[in-house]
Design a protein around this ligand. Structure first.
Ligand SMILES: Cc1cc2nc3c(=O)[nH]c(=O)nc-3n(C[C@H](O)[C@H](O)[C@H](O)COP(=O)(O)OP(=O)(O)OC[C@H]3O[C@@H](n4cnc5c(N)ncnc54)[C@H](O)[C@@H]3O)c2cc1C
Length: 448
């Protein structure tokens, strides 16, 4: 187990926190368009039988809040608005590429069952606007009045930050070399590519900033290398990392790179992508031009474009990744205690991961229940537990468990708490624990 200081240095938190004060160029940061007005066409929903809590986004955060807000305060009339009609998880999708879980493991979870089990309504619609003065959410299926609104729409990609500004190239990258960090259709494409890979260089890029799931691009690179080794393919994985060092669990990942994948996996630090030519299949970095046979190009991450569309962006001094302008401890939009933003669209320097979103959501459910009863509760840290499978044959993993420190003087999250632990020694027990962890999360989101 490495010491906590090493963990902090390698975690990416310091970089993310430091970058939070930097002004970001580009459009839309502080000049979000005004929110769309309500249409007057009401959504086909039963009449509210209590204070209506509308939760936008049926991912880790939204599903957990919908369930636990109702448990904490049964008088809530909860509606979960989700644009997908079928759930599939991002977490553990890397394992599918290596055949360690099936697609059914990721997707065999029903929004309908979650809603029935936990006494709320699942409403399949896309949110398009917000009228905060009229407390009305605008969706593709009509307007919804709310007393409390939680918006948990996840992340979007920011291709501009890897030097790809023209829409044609962005579109090609999205479709042909997807990052695989947002949607299921990206996972299906990546699964096919990895399975069909016949040789040459497979590039996995790692962006700068506070990107979704710090260890996941390294985990994916290890699992692709594991397949290359197992299937005796004449090829290698090249990791182009924008960061100076592996951003988390560095010791455990380097051990896997060196001990399991010598000659099969190359790690290039300080290799920020500055441009991509999809036709020539080349990636430009500051120092190099890398030719690839295939690639998963993970661009920088930003708060979901929905946050910007709804006019809820934080000032650039608080977020340089287009995240939401929320109270550090209570998640409500600054100056508005009826609207909250949670999950990966938050500006906090937390790990953008499922366990963080899930434990944060338990706490936000309690905040909402308390406030609906005119009370306040004190801040509780989320918990980041994250397993990374570094070997597929046999299945072995490393892991981390972290909490965070809130500094009242600065009104900011300033680092990891002293009880943070990194488990860099890979073993089969942690491989097994990875699957158990995911099962527990599904149970917590979907079961009664
Ligand atoms: C490859 C990969 C591996 C990962 N591995 C791990 C791991 O090992 N451990 C870990 O802890 N985390 C892992 N994660 C990260 C984890 O999956 C996310 O951080 C977490 O799920 C974020 O939850 P969220 O609710 O904020 O966002 P999401 O789960 O993305 O949910 C957002 C939801 O909002 C919906 N939505 C968006 N816009 C609208 C709209 N306009 N109207 C209606 N609905 C909308 C979306 O459809 C989506 O369902 C991994 C992620 C990936 C991609």
């Amino acid at each position: 187990m490495s010491d906590r200081r090493g963990f902090l240095r390698n975690s990416g938190l310091a970089a993310a926190a430091g970058a939070a004060g930097v002004m970001l160029g580009g459009s839309g940061c502080a000049t979000a368009a005004g929110p769309a007005v309500a249409t007057g066409r009401m959504a086909a929903l039963p009449k509210a039988r209590g204070p209506r809590l509308v939760v936008v986004g049926g991912g880790t955060s939204g599903l957990t809040i919908a369930k636990y807000a109702k448990k904490e305060f049964p008088q809530f009339d909860v509606v979960l608005v989700e644009k997908r009609d079928m759930y599939s998880s991002c977490f553990t999708s890397n394992l599918w590429y290596a055949g360690l879980v099936t697609l059914e493991n990721l997707a065999n979870h029903s929004f309908l069952d979650a809603a029935v089990n936990n006494k709320y309504v699942y409403f399949n619609a896309t949110v398009t606007g917000l009228d905060r003065a009229g407390k009305t959410l605008v969706t593709s299926e009509g307007d919804i009045k709310y007393d409390y609104l939680v918006i948990a729409p996840g992340i979007s990609y920011d291709y501009g930050k890897i030097g790809v500004n023209d829409i044609d190239t962005q579109t090609t990258l999205r479709q042909v070399y997807p990052g695989g960090f947002v949607s299921t259709t990206e996972h299906v494409t990546l699964h096919r590519k990895i399975r069909e890979f016949e040789g040459g260089v497979f590039v996995q890029t790692v962006p700068s900033g506070n990107y979704r799931c710090l260890p996941a691009p390294y985990e994916r690179a290890c699992l692709i290398a594991s397949l290359i080794k197992h299937n005796k393919i004449k090829g290698k994985v090249v990791i182009l990392d924008a960061n100076p060092e592996v951003t988390i669990k560095a010791e455990g990942f380097h051990a896997a790179f060196d001990q399991l994948y010598k000659g099969i996996l190359e790690y290039h630090p300080n290799a920020a992508v500055k441009g991509v030519d999809p036709a020539k299949r080349t990636i430009e970095t500051d120092f190099d031009s890398v030719q690839f046979a295939d690639a998963a190009i993970y661009p920088n991450v930003r708060g979901s474009t929905l946050i910007e569309q709804l006019g809820l962006l934080a000032p650039a001094t608080k977020s340089n990744q287009f995240e939401a302008n929320i109270d550090t401890r209570f998640y409500n939009i600054v100056g508005d205690t009826s609207v909250y933003v949670t999950g990966d669209s938050r500006p906090h320097p937390y790990s953008k991961s499922a366990n963080t979103s899930n434990t944060e959501a338990h706490y936000v459910a309690r905040v909402l229940a308390a406030r609906a009863q005119g009370k306040e509760i004190s801040w509780t840290t989320p918990e980041t537990i994250c397993y990374s499978v570094v070997n597929a044959f046999p299945m072995e993993a490393i892991s981390v468990k972290a909490h965070y420190v809130y500094d009242a003087g600065k009104d900011a999250i300033t680092g990891f708490s002293p009880d943070t632990q990194v488990f860099n020694n890979r073993d089969a027990a942690k491989g097994k624990a990875t699957l158990e962890w995911a099962k527990g999360l599904y149970r917590d989101m979907f079961n009664a």
